[in-house]
Design a protein around this ligand. Sequence first.
Ligand code: RP5
Length: 160
Amino acid sequence: MKVGIIMGSKSDWPTMQHAADMLDKFGVEYETKVVSAHRTPQLLADYASSAAERGIKVIIAGAGGAAHLPGMAAAFTSLPVLGVPVKSKALNGIDSLLSICQMPKGVAVGTLAIGDAGAANAGLLAAQILGCQQPQLLAKIDQFRSEQTETILANPNPAE
Ligand code: RP5
């Protein structure tokens, strides 16, 4: 298991699924789990503090509202933690974004964009991090980018 995808609630899954889909594209192994910083604090402590010894290399953590999950996960492990701000109903994810990206100095969380794009990019970035040690994985990411570029260049007319 290389990537741990955790989220504060089952209701985050439609967003966080995009991270899993991206990892599937590159054949990167992952696990998914609901782990809430405030509803299941002991589970969070256990999950994050044991992640490295269980073979996890990167954690993707998504949460909405007062989204302390990524920061708290990062407090329990020195593995890289990528935070995904889930779009909240009340404030459209601005609350999630600010509570994830405004980490005080000393414990780092990499923050992605709000919502589906952020989750997909978290998967992509996790694959790139793992790719530092795996040239074949980086080659797959290069191929993905080339295809993305070709798709746009082959269809430049926005009205078509
Ligand atoms: C956060 O509260 C979760 O990450 C979720 O985005 C939000 C709402 O959770 P539910 O009330 O839908 O379970 O902890």
